[in-house]
Design a protein around this ligand. Structure first.
Ligand code: FES
Length: 146
């Protein structure tokens, strides 16, 4: 009996590669909306804001930077930004634990799907993502750029 070997990366490796290569959030309309004061969002904390009627966005401070992600889970529409923040396990040798994406994995409060707050990418499916928005801080005021 022979076993086939493969050199293609495992799905988990591919998912982390895609997350690492993702660029910064892009503005769609270029509209800057004041949502908070900089001092209102401590490290590891979040604010859920409504930059326009019907659009809910979570603004998180992660590693000193402010990140904004749409507050809707693509699975069933849960308020994603009410979920908990975690790390993930990066691929590694058997029996080794490599924490990755520390403090930026947002777990949906309804069924547990996970997303990277920085890129919006899903951890379970490299093709799935949640919209992210640039955040600007100007003279102590926080703006989400739509
Ligand atoms: S609604 Fe988010 S995982 Fe189901």
């Amino acid at each position: 009996m022979s076993y086939k070997t493969t050199t293609s990366p495992a799905p988990l490796d591919q998912a982390f590669d895609i997350i690492r290569r993702a660029g910064p959030a892009k503005a769609r309309e270029g509209i800057r909306v004041l949502v908070a004061r900089d001092v209102d969002i401590a490290e590891g904390a979040r604010l859920i804001v409504e930059p326009r009627p019907g659009l809910s966005v979570g603004v998180f401070r992660i590693d000193g930077s402010l990140r904004a992600i749409k507050n809707v889970c693509p699975h069933n529409g849960a308020p994603l930004c009410r979920g908990t923040l975690h790390a993930s396990h990066e691929p590694g040798e058997t029996r080794e634990f490599h924490p990755g994406l520390v403090g930026r994995v947002l777990r949906c409060p309804w069924h547990g799907w996970e997303f990277d707050v920085v890129t919006g990418k899903a951890l379970y499916d490299a093709k799935s993502r949640v919209a992210t928005y640039p955040v600007e801080v100007d003279d102590g005021s926080v703006y989400v750029v739509l």
